[in-house]
Design a protein around this ligand. Structure first.
Ligand code: GCO
Length: 396
């Protein structure tokens, strides 16, 4: 029996996402680069040239556009724009402007992330998001970048503030698995909220037509029976606090991959029987539907944009299975009246997964010696969905 096909509204947006440090390469003025090259590094390999998307973004956007996808979410790297404190690079700014222009030439709508985990080393060196002047420094950067965003509609201020807070503002990295999320730093959590509100205000003042939001790492928390209270206490500072602060924005970004069970003493390890992904997470496609429903309630019916969802696997057929099942739940949530504006797959490219190239999330792979792009069947499959507004499973 083949799985039934299901349709999405014609104005639903389909695309793919990346983050600058994960794809560009040679982001040498950032805290992450310093961490990767520290003699005491805790990561298994450095980002190096990453996917060389800094030079090859034109090819990447072309592949995305030719597949049928119509949105590219990419980020601006603060460490390139302001490599030393107060020293702003016009040339780097114009690089990102060319990326926006390339999207437009290809009929692709850009969604621009202003901050995606990595930060300038000078900013991190004095405490990152816990510095007393963090807001002021971030505001100066945001205002500088706004010069090239005048015709950009979709802007994401901060990616996964909840993960940034858990990793002490980025300075301790993000090479985590859900089973061991540390406690968030309340000072950093508050600083991130202020930074988001500030950025949203500044952007809306200059670009009233823009659509601004932030994107939340959604963990699809489940309580072990009898541990509902423990789950709520665990969940609030790690997710809901940030989701509530996005209420009333033009959109809230849902980024979902996995679920997390909470017992009496916090997260419960994944069962040995569970299928695992290359990140070590449980293979669990329903995470997206659960995250959408939860976010819709917590953010007071703020429209949802799925800004990340995907699977780290070497088996592209499994990527399609995962995405198909996740999309079936999105469809059901929309049928129940939840406003979902679009779906951006994580990720366009196999990329640097914060410490290692091993977990491959990409719709597109690339040759390790030549960087030659190697689109996978999942790219064509998702592109067809975008063109036809119909989701069908190719071989089930
Ligand atoms: C994140 C990111 C991405 C990750 C992705 C898979 O939110 O963690 O936005 O940078 O690569 O989530 O782990």
């Amino acid at each position: 029996m083949t799985s039934p096909a299901f349709g999405f509204p014609k104005n639903f947006i389909w695309g793919a996402a990346t983050a600058p440090h994960q794809v560009e390469g040679n982001n040498i003025a950032s805290d992450w680069w310093a961490r990767e090259h520290s003699p005491r590094t805790d990561v298994s390999e450095p980002s190096g040239d990453a996917c060389d998307s800094y030079n090859r973004y034109g090819e990447d956007i072309k592949l995305l556009a030719e597949s049928g996808l119509t949105m590219y979410r990419f980020g601006i790297e603060w460490a390139r724009i302001e490599p030393a404190e107060g020293c702003f690079s016009k040339a780097q700014l114009l690089h990102y402007r060319r990326m926006i222009d390339t999207c437009r030439e290809r009929g692709v709508e850009p969604m621009v992330t202003l901050y995606h985990f990595s930060m300038p080393l000078w900013f991190a060196a004095k405490g990152g998001w816990s510095r007393p002047d963090a807001l002021e420094k971030f505001e100066r950067y945001v205002r500088y970048v706004l010069q090239i965003l005048d015709d950009v509609t979709w802007i994401c201020t901060i990616n996964e503030p909840n993960m940034v807070a858990l990793t002490q503002g980025g300075t301790q990295g993000t090479d985590f698995i859900a089973a061991s999320l540390p406690a968030p730093d309340p000072v950093i959590s508050k600083a991130l909220v202020s930074a988001h509100h500030m950025a949203r205000g500044v952007i809306k003042e200059q670009l009233p037509e823009s659509k601004v939001g932030w994107t939340i790492a959604c963990q699809a928390f489940h309580a072990v029976p009898g541990c509902e209270k423990e789950m709520e206490e665990y969940q609030y500072p790690r997710e809901d606090y940030f989701t509530k602060e996005g209420a009333g924005d033009d959109f809230i970004g849902v980024q979902a991959y996995l679920r997390t069970f909470i017992g009496k003493n916090g997260p419960v390890p994944i069962s040995d029987a569970a299928e695992r992904t290359l990140t070590g997470w449980e293979y669990f496609p329903p995470a997206l539907g659960i995250a959408i429903r939860h976010t819709w309630e917590v953010a007071g019916h703020t429209p949802i944009f799925i800004t990340e969802n995907g699977l780290a696997t070497n088996d592209d057929r499994r990527r399609i299975d995962y995405t198909f099942d996740a999309l079936a739940d999105v469809h059901e949530a929309m049928d129940d009246g939840i406003a979902v504006l679009g779906y951006l797959h994580w990720s366009l490219l196999d990329n640097y997964e914060w410490g290692s190239f091993r977990p491959t999330f990409g719709l597109v792979g690339w040759d390790k010696k030549t960087f030659e792009r190697q689109p996978k069947p999942s790219l064509g499959w998702l592109g067809d969905i975008s063109r036809t507004h119909m989701v069908a499973h190719p071989y089930r």
